[in-house]
Design a protein around this ligand. Structure first.
Ligand code: NAG
Ligand code: NAG
Ligand code: NAG
Length: 371
């Protein structure tokens, strides 16, 4: 089937945008993150500004209509500076005590504003919450710190204190249960580490035993597309591919450059050009951090693929004021593409290479096109 969705004239060349029903990937959604305590900035805003900012993020008619919230599972003992604190600020000396119901967890009910952001998103109908572990608490690792890489004790390496794989899996389940206690249900969680498959084999059964069968495991927040592609094949060779939901990748070390061939979903979970100051333009000649660049970034990703006042944020909140960047509106172009949509073929003829067209079939039967 082949039909024309829009026909417009651009300069002298007629432009034809068309979509055909060749099906590509299913879209789980588009998301935001309020990590590094940025969720607190929204929490601390007074009305009506708080509602305005939430509308900008989640409203499907007046805002960007985001459908995924990515939270970070803190790993530091406190939340000084921008740190995200762990629910296990003091570890017992051996892993065996760290059960899912261990009494030493400290849940402050706020999680640096992420509970508020998640609950608010839920009011707008967001169903996908993605908890992202950047590190295990230091006491579970070979270097005894949550920073500077190294391994979870027990993953291809042994520690005098024991094998912490099961304890860490229990800890992650406990974190999900704290969220469940405030009404937020996770759809996904993340594992990281070079020997991720070994840990995933412990985590999956631990989630299942806790009746968290609907919580998927995403892996491994690679720094870039090439690394993520390697992770995907390592996980497949280790036989862990059926245990994961999605392969996750950033785009810092390499950009999305092709289709990743594996059976799991693929999520692009983080990127910033880390370049230039805060600004709100749609288009600037330098082509960094403007709305147009980000419309292209999202388009390319779909089609194939800390404060410092920098340009990586969509909304800048300072005390009781906020400013909106055109980057937010770049994402808003995709708000018509709802979770569960399938991308279908779209192409343009004429108009030079200026216009890009993407077409999607939403799960409710509506067909949408963005240009
Ligand atoms: C805590 O969990 C362990 C196993 O994970 C179980 O043996 C123990 O009975 C539980 N304790 C409580 C108080 O539920
Ligand atoms: C989205 O914004 C519209 C227009 O202001 C409003 O009527 C609607 O209630 C908002 N949706 C939600 C879920 O708050
Ligand atoms: C899981 O669900 C089953 C059936 O509803 C129930 O019997 C069991 O106690 C639950 N287990 C946990 C750990 O919540």
């Amino acid at each position: 089937m082949y039909f024309t969705l829009a026909h417009l004239a651009l300069a002298a060349t007629p432009l034809l945008v068309s979509a055909a029903f060749e099906k590509y990937q299913t879209i789980d959604g588009f998301g935001i993150s309020g990590t590094f305590q940025r969720a607190n900035l929204i929490f601390n805003l007074q009305q009506p500004k708080q509602r305005e900012v939430l509308d900008l993020l989640f409203n499907t008619t007046t805002g960007a209509g985001f459908s995924i919230v990515r939270n970070v599972i803190g790993s530091t003992p406190n939340s000084n500076s921008d740190y995200m604190n762990t629910i296990l600020p003091k570890c017992p000396s051996t892993p065996v005590e760290v059960t899912t119901n261990y009494s030493g967890y400290i849940w402050d009910g706020k999680d640096s504003g992420q509970v508020f952001l998640s609950q608010s998103a839920q009011e707008y109908g967001v169903k996908a919450f993605y908890a992202n572990a950047w590190s295990a608490p230091g006491c579970m690792k070979t270097n005894k710190q949550d920073t500077n890489g190294e391994q979870l004790c027990g993953v291809s390496t042994s520690c005098r204190s024991g094998d912490w794989k099961q304890a860490y899996a229990n800890y992650l389940v406990a974190y999900i249960k704290f969220y469940a206690s405030v009404g937020v249900k996770y759809a996904s969680m993340q594992s990281s580490g070079t020997q991720a498959a070994e840990f995933i084999k412990v985590l999956r059964p631990t989630l299942d035993r806790a009746n968290l069968t609907s919580v998927g495991i995403n892996c491994c927040e690679a720094t870039g597309w090439s690394v993520a592609t390697q992770h995907a094949s390592q996980i497949a060779s280790a036989g862990a591919e059926p245990l994961i939901y999605a392969i996750t990748s950033h785009e810092y070390s390499s950009r999305i450059s092709g289709t990743m061939h594996n059976n799991a979903r693929v999520w692009q979970t983080k990127y910033s050009d880390l370049n230039g100051g805060w600004g709100t333009p749609w288009y600037s000649n330098s082509g960094t951090g403007d709305g147009f660049t980000w419309a292209n970034t999202v388009f390319n990703g779909v089609d194939r693929a800390t404060n410092n006042n920098n340009n990586e944020k969509l909304i800048l909140i300072e005390g009781q004021t906020y400013q909106v960047s055109k980057q937010l509106w770049a994402f808003a172009q995709f708000r018509i593409v709802r979770p569960g949509a399938v991308r279908v073929d779209a192409s343009t003829t004429g108009g030079g290479a200026i216009i890009k067209a993407g077409a999607f079939a939403n799960a409710d039967g509506s067909k949408v096109l963005n240009e």
